[in-house]
Design a protein around this ligand. Sequence first.
Ligand code: ADP
Length: 364
Amino acid sequence: MSTADQDAGRAGVPAPPHVRLSHVTKTFTRGGNGTRVAALDDVSLDVAKGEVFGVIGHSGAGKSTLIRLINGLETPTTGRVYVGEHEVTALSERDRRDVRRDIGMIFQQFNLFRSRTVAGNVAYPLKVAGVGRAERDRRVARLLDFVGLLDRAHDYPEQLSGGQKQRVGIARALATEPSLLLADEATSALDPRTTAEVVALLGRVNRELGVTIVLITHELDVIRAVADRVAVIDGGRIAEAGTVYDVFAHPRSTAAADFVRGALRDRPSAETLARLRRTHSGRLVTVAIRDRTGFQTALAKTFLAHGVAADIVFGGISELQQRPVGSLTFELTGPDGPDGTDGAVDAALAALRRDGVDVIEEDR
Ligand code: ADP
């Protein structure tokens, strides 16, 4: 977030959102029989000025439709879309073009002109906007320097790696100095290392140039690396939205929980659990890591106080927005209660729950 926005927040005056979707539904008619498909169903969200807002969802969830509604390439069936002070849904096609001039786009397949050089690709939107030659050359050089490709200015896209092509895509998207950048699966065609480089560049675009970014992806790692807030979209609906930490450290929706499990791999799969059960006779219990100093010491103390032996048999701890996230799976064994139940283990788990710890019983 830029300092100006933070100041506005501190003074108790909320900055107006950069992008707002208000109760947006988009239905398409599919096939010969006229079946209506809701690509988006009552979607409302606000993107603040200067933030990186991630939208994560599986294929077909409605992400591209959402992007196309923001840049006015699609019109919602019902609901309103605002960009800056404009209600895009109320504008004519000609006025939408003006709004689009303040929006940069980058794509999964880069969409570069094969017949133009790197410099020619970046210069193209400036040419269209009528920027004169000298100013164009100056801006192109500055942008290529920013994305680290000044020495490749005269190469053609096919001479570049995927990551370099996307850096050209980013330079081109920024050429007209938009305040909003829409990234449509911009790293999905790249390997993990190149993805990290491009995502780091997007972070610089946000921080150093103050550009608001709406980034749609199916990769949690991309969201983790760069987004401030995230919306999880599932079947055309927002399953949940909030800060990246809140949504993914404590997911409330199954859609968000599935993404976390897939990315962190901290929870045992059904097969792993079956194998663990064959080789461990104690209770298998997973505890979600809390961002709290001394959390694991407190766990150990609780187990010890109840005479419970706790062996870690699975788990993973990672970071989200510089805070720990993940879970540990324990095999717990302790003295039976008077009626033959797991008295000590039950008492220890009850104590943890009283202390606000998320406890998942893998056996039940
Ligand atoms: P995502 O980007 O998350 O993969 P999309 O927004 O492309 O999802 O699509 C959401 C749903 O809307 C899908 O079921 C898709 O088939 C449907 N859809 C998208 N665009 C059209 C269209 N122009 N005509 C008919 N159906 C569409």
